[in-house]
Design a protein around this ligand. Sequence first.
Ligand code: SF4
Length: 300
Amino acid sequence: MDSMILKDCILCPRECHVDRTAGKKGYCKVTDELVVARAALHMWEEPCISGEEGSGTVFFSGCALGCVYCQNSNIAKSLAGKIITIERLAEIFLELEAKGANNINLVTPSHYVLHIIEALNISRQKGLTLPIVYNCSGYEKVEALKLLEGYIDIYLTDLKYMSAEPAEKYSNCKDYFLVAAGAIEEMVRQVKEANFDDRGIMQRGVIVRHLTLPGYLEDSKAIIKYLYETYGDRIFISIMNQYTPITKNRAYPELNRKITEEEYEELIGYAIEIGLENGFIQEGETALESFIPEFNGEGV
Ligand code: SF4
């Protein structure tokens, strides 16, 4: 691994310039030690990712974005998880393949890009054949994504905000949209056309997720419009309604509710009206707890 990059870390747009190899932590709250909270088959991704067999998810601890409403905050902020070697990560990938996973799904991977590349080199040499999913927040540097070219088959990225106001308020990054839009452009360039196997499981492609937040319906519409007008049917758009206020957030009382069925229906209606066809929606009850797995070190 090129540890020079971690000596003055600028892997993600936070550009902390800390020496992670000397035990320093930047915004993502991790040194160069690899911390993983869970590695298991996961059934709650989009159907073309999970299928019936499940997606081989690896949840990395730490996060460079740190949203105030994070649903995985026990791993993103408090670093629940186990320190493992890169060789162990490669083994985990192979174990998930042996369990029948449809893919290897790297969740919140941005601060571990270098570790992941090394683990993929090892596991590919040992026979890993599954598609690799890079499941990220969208707040990614194009330079870091370029390092991943040829390693990643599916980009499953968020596009959280268009306006600077919620981006700054909830994720402390008012440049979020500009950064994420550039990242998505690079993802589409790398992956090109989407393709699926005969069971309908995605083998290559870009899926952009948007989690609708209470009170930001117009921002959500603007995001869907932007994505559809820019990429048409080259990408898939996943419109999510599962936002859950985990604890009462006194600083942001507007976030202490789920979005209503009417709000979600309005957004879906809008997406259909502008012509979106390559989309995923969530049906039934919003915010089921089953979307949030237990981070108990399983599979690590
Ligand atoms: S990966 Fe972590 S330390 Fe490096 S720039 Fe991003 S937040 Fe900072």
